[in-house]
Design a protein around this ligand. Structure first.
Ligand code: SF4
Length: 336
């Protein structure tokens, strides 16, 4: 920090808040940087009061601006499908704690296009946001609070239970999100306190094509490159039309098209392009998990239950570790 002039430290691993000793780590960091005016952040996805405690700790000296939670699914049913076991009650209780602790803005992150999702599931995001504002006004005693709903399009990924799932088309994604926007904007009482951020569905289709593509997609990537495509991750350089034109030029000769890779549901029998790569998870276990998801059956966290034999621990030679480990966690030192 001394050498770079950076002013913020973030705990960026995928799920930092799930670390069994994160409370101690957060406290240690806050103590260490108390004098230096270094900002600390934790990109949080957990929806629980513990997370608010952590955020409070990390912003001991700072301004309490925005706090993020990720319920991910708008309806209770959707959250069962994605095994995100958070009830609306939990969420409201958590945000009430946040607003009560002086936070003025809460950001809620959701996905659109999850398997089996309907318009109704997504429209419930509006109800949730309104309940959040209502509760927030009540506990903070102020109308000056905000809730921002931020939505990303769901893209099925290999080596996950959703590797067989159909992706929602960009047209359907856009139509669904428009309905949601209208519902939020149309609400006289709370609409103006709710921000709404989303991207159109088109980039998600290209992402989906690349994510579950096989080697035939190499020809599409090459054609896009030859046509001048560069830095497509930057919105100002991204051209959906170029990707689709290049796909239309190259794929039909090989008997497939964009829909075949994206919006098509796969069957159990299909050999998937990444089946020869071992992520540690058994394919049959993933399939069962996919079926559980369709049946809205929740699966517990294996840290607190007997092992489900997903294959990871024996195949990757790892095991579940839960603190306190007695190890000294801070200060962090550079590994030589
Ligand atoms: S304990 Fe290990 S092998 Fe068992 S379900 Fe959990 S991650 Fe999979």
């Amino acid at each position: 920090l001394k050498a770079t002039g950076f002013e913020e430290v973030g705990l960026l691993s995928l799920s930092s808040a799930d670390h069994s000793e994160i409370g101690e780590v957060a406290k240690g960091l806050a103590d260490r940087y108390e004098e230096d005016k270094i900002g600390l952040s934790l990109p949080s996805t957990r929806v629980d009061a513990f997370n608010v405690d952590l955020a409070n700790e990390l912003t001991r000296n700072g301004r309490r601006s925005g706090l993020t939670f990720a319920p991910e699914g708008g309806s209770e049913r959707m959250r069962k499908v994605i095994n995100k076991m958070v009830s609306e009650e939990d969420l409201i209780r958590t945000v009430a704690t946040a607003y009560g602790n002086g936070w003025r803005q809460v950001k809620l992150y959701f996905m659109c296009g999850l398997p089996t999702e309907t318009d109704e599931d997504v429209l419930q995001i509006a109800d949730m946001a309104m309940n959040v504002i209502q509760k927030g006004r009540e506990v903070s005693g102020s109308n000056d609070i905000r809730c921002t709903v931020s939505i990303g399009g769901f893209v099925p990924k290999p080596h996950t239970p959703f590797q067989w799932a159909p992706q929602l088309s960009s047209e359907e994604t856009d139509a669904r999100l428009e309905k949601l926007r209208d519902k939020i904007r149309g609400d006289k009482k709370y609409g103006r306190s709710i921000g709404f951020r989303y991207h159109d569905g088109k980039p998600g289709i290209v992402e989906g094509l690349l994510s579950r593509g096989d080697r035939r997609i190499g020809a599409v990537i090459r054609a896009v490159y030859d046509d001048g495509g560069r830095f497509d991750g930057w919105r100002e350089h991204f051209s959906y039309d170029r990707w689709m034109q290049c796909a239309d030029k190259t794929l039909p000769g090989m008997g497939v098209d964009v829909d075949w890779y994206t919006t098509r549901e796969r069957t159990y029998e299909e050999v998937l392009p990444w089946d020869h790569l071992d992520s540690g998870l058994d394919k049959d276990w993933l399939w069962e998990d996919w079926q559980d998801s369709l049946d809205e059956t929740e699966v517990e966290d294996c840290r607190w239950t007997p092992c489900f034999d997903c294959g990871v621990c024996p195949q990757m030679d790892t095991h579940i570790q839960i603190g306190p480990t007695g190890k000294k966690l801070l200060p962090l030192t550079v590994v030589k």
